[in-house]
Design a protein around this ligand. Structure first.
Ligand code: SF4
Length: 423
């Protein structure tokens, strides 16, 4: 089909596909120009000058040129992260096009050797002996490739850069006992993580500090959590590619000490800009002067301030809410409460099972359809295309997921109150 289109004189061909000596490539956009063809490789990121993108384009250029096609230029097309949607989409400024012809040409000499190496690996019945390294970050084969390592190991250390972990791994400092004896771990939280694990220590609870923290929370006490989505192509006025757009929240609240737990929730319609409806619902559901908790509050505070900027008529109320937010993460992040089961992480997904092991009501695995923020973000924009029955189901799943997030926060707060009063 590609050959037919090229012979026909088609000016722009998407997914133009080529074979040369067992090498296959598909060019995202092939555009005819006066002296030949220009290659455009389209990526969803905002940084075009990444090594793997350039290698991709260099390989395409190599294949096309060996088929006798004149490649006049090679480009990487990315999103412009400075683009702000104002009015209709402006496609000229939404995309950033980098001419990488020269850089791709500089790689030309290396390509035959890389292709030979690839062919050898493909032909072999043995796995390549590549060791794990910095490039493994986020690879879906991670569990497989690390299956022989002791657990926990250097890669479980809290807040250490992947490069530093790999350095320790290459020095043979892999298990927690090796790390503990090495004198290489200087970070206090990482040292505590190792110590608690090796000595099977009981939870560390600083009752005084927890009490002081709890004194910063006042009734009526609210527990707030947002769900948001990001789209490559902005659809809300005033936003950029991959801006966080809030579409849902859950809110638990207790009016007074020993009071009942109440719940409110909001989920916008899938499709249109959800922000106004979220902002109005927040102002309706949260009074200006109440104490609101969030877990890792920077996210909620930033989203609320963005809403205030987008809707000046609601700004005063929204900013009051943002100003009143306290962070439930603090007692764990600051080390007032630490247990071995947290494994060095203070995310609520690690803290909750550590505080309430094996509680089915707090187990995200028991939810239907939506188990984490990533799934929520992916399902919400698809709801508009579903039939009514699936829409209702998906909305219900989203609501129950978000509700569990704030219920989890309530349970975390209850545990803090409990340890502060009984120890
Ligand atoms: S984790 Fe992925 S990138 Fe790392 S060695 Fe295994 S397969 Fe390769």
């Amino acid at each position: 089909m590609t050959r037919a289109e090229m012979e026909k004189g088609t000016n722009v061909i998407c997914e133009a596909s080529f074979f040369y000596a067992d090498c296959y490539c598909a060019v995202d956009i092939l555009q005819k120009d006066r002296d030949g063809w220009a290659i455009y490789e389209v990526k969803s990121s905002t940084d075009p000058m990444q090594d793997q993108y350039i290698a991709d384009v260099a390989f395409q250029k190599y294949v096309l040129e060996h088929l006798g096609i004149s490649v006049t230029s090679a480009h990487i097309v990315c999103l412009n992260n400075q683009y702000v949607l104002e009015g209709d989409l402006d496609l000229q400024t939404l995309f950033k096009i980098a001419d990488v012809t020269d850089v791709a040409d500089d790689m030309r000499q290396q390509i035959p050797a890389i292709i030979e190496e690839g062919k050898t690996i493909l032909a072999s019945r043995e796995e390549p002996g590549t060791d794990i390294g910095e490039n493994c970050k986020d690879c879906s084969f991670w569990d497989y490739c690390t299956r022989m390592l002791p657990k926990p190991n250097v890669f479980h250390l809290y807040r250490m850069k992947m490069g530093d972990k790999v350095d320790l791994y290459r020095k043979g400092l892999i298990s927690f006992s090796q790390l503990s004896n090495s004198g290489m771990i200087k970070n206090e939280k990482q040292r505590r993580q190792i110590e608690f694990e090796l000595q099977e220590k009981r939870p560390w609870i600083d009752q005084k500090k927890i009490r002081e923290f709890l004194q910063t929370l006042t009734f009526p006490l609210y527990f707030l959590d947002f769900e948001s989505m990001q789209t490559a192509i902005p659809f809300c006025q005033g936003t950029k590619p991959y801006s966080q757009i809030v579409f849902q929240y859950s809110l638990h609240y207790i009016e007074h000490e020993h009071g009942e737990l109440h719940h409110k929730e909001f989920l916008a319609e899938s499709g249109p800009d959800p922000r106004r409806s979220v902002a109005e619902a927040l102002c309706r559901d949260i009074p200006r002067d109440v104490c609101v908790t969030a877990y890792n509050k920077a996210f909620e505070c930033t989203r609320i301030r963005e809403l205030a900027e987008a809707f000046p008529d609601l700004a005063e109320h929204l900013l009051c809410i943002a100003d009143n937010i306290q962070d439930l993460l603090i007692p764990f992040q600051k080390g007032y409460y630490y247990s071995r089961a947290m494994g060095g992480s203070f995310s609520i997904k690690s803290v909750l099972p550590a505080l309430y092991p094996n509680d089915p009501l707090l187990d995200y695995h028991n939810l239907e359809g939506v188990h984490n923020g990533g799934e929520a973000m992916s399902i919400f924009p698809k709801i508009q295309y579903m039939n009514p029955e699936d829409q209702a189901k998906a909305r219900e799943n989203l609501l129950r997921y978000c509700e569990l997030d704030t219920f989890a926060m309530v349970k975390v707060w209850e545990e803090l109150v409990s340890v502060a009063s009984v120890l």
